[in-house]
Design a protein around this ligand. Structure first.
Ligand code: 13P
Ligand code: SF4
Length: 362
């Protein structure tokens, strides 16, 4: 990266000292990650934001929904800054509050809303988290989705002594169909037939009333445009080309990809798995490319490759680049607060209930 910009970022950060805390998601560019005080997946970063009450400014190098969560979890006096407001998330944009309320009205009309616990992936707007908090649900991330679902299914009436599968409870899982399906089927023992896909753009979600009544898991039709690109063919091709390769993917990948892989987990899990891997072992990794490149560089004694042939960055994560970070830090030095992310108090209150419920999961 431009040495002038590196110097300016370092100088601005030094001038701010403990007043600023910079959080960096693992999918950020190297040029940005070098200035992060802490790096992490979305779960770790939410905890880190909550654990820094003394920092006046939290500069969030990640995407909009993460900065919103940081605003909700920090004190009123703290300001959260997103260096580029265009750093959104296409998956989060796939669930809009109005659509979710419509879905809920439909479930109420069918008389089943009382049995449904809404669970939203962290990758959703504060509005959606607020909806979930208002309706007795929980937020989850890719590191705790199973624990969140265990909690959700335990909320309803249970057949005494029976397991969660026999509870009357259903889950409405927002907005990532893949994380919801992969967790329900691969970690909780539900079948694909227990899951239905609710399409907000179709009448009745594209489902019959009976399908909605019978489902244990109502999946919102959302997905990640980055992880959704990995295919079963990618897995088969790399197995053929690299005998003995270990395939390690994120649970936002499609069900057939996750089923064919050897290991599945959040970005933090992927990092730990490679740290613990044997020298000489081969790994094809299905997640965002900035992270895979850093992992390959960090493990020269292992063969770390990308699961797909073509370039696969998250374009919105990549919007946070060094020029934007320098600009944000220099604005703070000048006494201005650029691109502050704020969530209105009522939404924040209910979203916090759902986030706190997540942070309290066993
Ligand atoms: P995690 O940070 O929970 O692994 O999620 C990955 C992701 O897509 C973040 O946007
Ligand atoms: Fe959203 Fe996917 Fe990018 Fe994560 S990687 S910010 S889920 S589009």
């Amino acid at each position: 990266s431009d040495p002038g910009l590196v110097e300016r970022a370092a100088a601005a950060k030094a001038a701010l000292g403990d007043r600023v805390f910079v959080l960096g998601h693992h999918y950020q560019r190297d040029e940005v990650i070098q200035f992060a005080d802490v790096t992490g997946d979305s779960f770790k970063l939410a905890r880190e934001a909550a654990a820094r009450p003394d920092a006046e400014f939290i500069v969030f190098c990640g995407v909009h929904f993460m900065a919103e969560s940081a605003d909700i979890l920090t004190t009123d006096a703290q300001r959260v800054v997103l260096p580029d407001l265009a750093a959104g998330c296409s998956m989060a944009d796939m669930a809009v509050l109005e659509q979710v309320e419509q879905c809920w009205d439909l479930l109420s009309d069918l008389g089943i809303a009382d049995d449904v616990v809404p669970v939203t992936y962290m990758n959703s707007s504060a509005d959606i988290k607020g909806f979930v908090g208002r309706n007795g649900g929980v937020v989850c991330t890719s590191s705790n989705a199973k624990r969140a679902l265990d909690w959700a299914y335990a909320q309803g009436e249970k057949v005494p002594g029976a397991d969660a599968k026999q509870s009357a409870t259903k889950v409405l899982f927002l907005p990532d169909q893949h994380l919801g399906r992969n967790t329900a089927v691969l970690e909780m023992g539900y079948s694909l037939d227990d899951c239905v896909l609710y399409d907000p753009h179709k009448p009745n979600g594209g489902l019959t009333d009976q399908q909605l009544r019978d489902a244990k898991m109502i999946l919102w039709r959302g997905h990640c445009s980055v992880h959704g690109r990995f295919t079963l063919e990618n897995v088969q091709a790399v197995r053929q080309q690299v005998p003995g390769v270990n395939i390690l993917v994120h649970p936002e990948c499609r069900h057939e990809v996750v089923t064919a892989a050897d290991y599945v987990g959040s970005t933090e899990y992927i990092i730990k798995k490679l740290d613990a891997a044997e020298p000489g072992s081969a790994w094809a990794v299905g997640t965002e490319l900035n992270l895979v490149r850093r992992l390959a560089a960090a493990h020269p004694d292992k063969q770390v490759m990308f699961l797909e042939k073509t370039v696969c960055y998250c374009s919105t994560m990549n919007r946070i680049d060094l020029p934007h970070l320098v600009w944000a830090l220099e604005e703070l030095v000048a006494g201005r607060v650029p691109n502050q992310i704020t969530v209105d108090p009522d939404t924040a209150h209910h979203a916090r209930v759902a986030l706190d419920q997540m942070l309290a999961l066993p």
